[in-house]
Write a protein that binds this ligand. Structure first.
Ligand SMILES: [Fe+2]
Ligand SMILES: [Fe+2]
Length: 295
């Protein structure tokens, strides 16, 4: 626990503001201290030591997000694929997953401090997500240590904060494109990664993936809840609005195979799932046509 991120009470023992503390935790550079701060902050809100002042408007510091000097951040194409059969390959994979979770702590904390005048439950939901991302990060960092490595040992994807930056001015776009798009892609990616770890005999890492998938369904559900809440509030159709925002903010194109069961549990409706199913079928047909056509 670092003093910078602690929800310290003032001299009158009044609860401190959890949104201000979320910004402090986001600025924290040390991953273990950031993870501890995120978990402590959610605990403090649950037991009343910290409250969320929805009217608080905080100026954005220039140094977001707080991150350690390592890992070195590189373009995704510089990362390459690696075999799950070697311990080194699995360590690289666990490192990439730890990096995603480290960024996910930042994304959740950012939603708490940045957007004023949301209902109290919005802030509590995102503090819960931050605490769970911190737990995921800690599980992966501990597993990585069993492979003789630490977070920072390998290069990592530099683009994970981008969508956060792009949607900094619009909470509706943030809900549409971070939880409902990026985190939802994690639901699709999880089963094949888990299967590869299991196949390689790494049951301990596969069990961590089970915990993460369970929690991530909840995160996407929270994203869906607030996206629909904001659409209702502004009289917007959620399906058209999502497509408009995905286009406007250059969201990554979704590619199958999709984890329909997890997506249904995460609150996507029948129309959204049907649209994904037809997109999946179309992509499969295109791939078959491409293979069949002479080069
Ligand atoms: Fe996570
Ligand atoms: Fe998440």
């Amino acid at each position: 626990m670092t003093s910078a991120a602690a929800p310290a009470s003032n001299s009158q023992d009044e609860p401190s503001c959890a949104r201000r503390a979320a910004l402090a935790a986001l600025r924290e550079q040390d991953p273990a201290a950031k993870a501890a701060a995120a978990r402590e902050l959610y605990a403090a809100v649950l037991d009343g030591r910290a409250l969320c002042d929805a009217d608080l408007e905080l100026a954005e510091p220039a140094d977001l997000p707080g991150r350690p000097e390592r890992p070195e951040l590189v373009e995704p194409r510089q990362l390459g694929r690696r075999s799950m059969q070697s311990p080194q390959g699995r360590a690289v994979l666990l490192h990439a997953l730890a990096h995603i979770e480290f960024n996910a702590i930042n994304l959740a904390l950012d939603a708490v401090w940045r957007f004023p005048r949301m209902p109290a439950a919005f802030y509590t939901d995102w503090l819960k997500v931050a605490a769970e991302e911190a737990y995921h990060y800690s599980l992966l960092a501990a597993r990585l240590a069993e492979y003789g490595h630490a977070y920072g040992d390998f290069p990592a994807h530099g683009g994970l904060w981008d969508m956060c930056e792009r949607t900094r001015g619009e909470v509706l776009a943030r809900m549409a494109l971070v939880p409902r798009t990026l985190e939802a892609r994690g639901l699709d990616a999880s089963p094949p990664i888990r299967a590869r770890l299991q196949q390689a005999g790494d049951h301990a890492s596969a069990a961590i993936l089970d915990v993460i998938l369970r929690d991530e369904i909840g995160h996407v559900l929270i994203g869906n809840r607030w996206f629909r809440h904001l659409c209702d509030q502004h009289g917007l159709d959620p399906h058209h609005t999502y497509l408009r925002l995905a286009d406007q903010y250059h969201a990554p194109k979704l590619r199958g195979p999709f984890n329909f069961e997890a997506r249904r549990d995460a609150g996507f409706d029948d129309a959204e799932l049907a649209a994904l199913a037809s997109q999946d079928a179309q992509q499969a047909t295109e791939a078959t046509d491409h293979r069949a056509s002479p080069q």
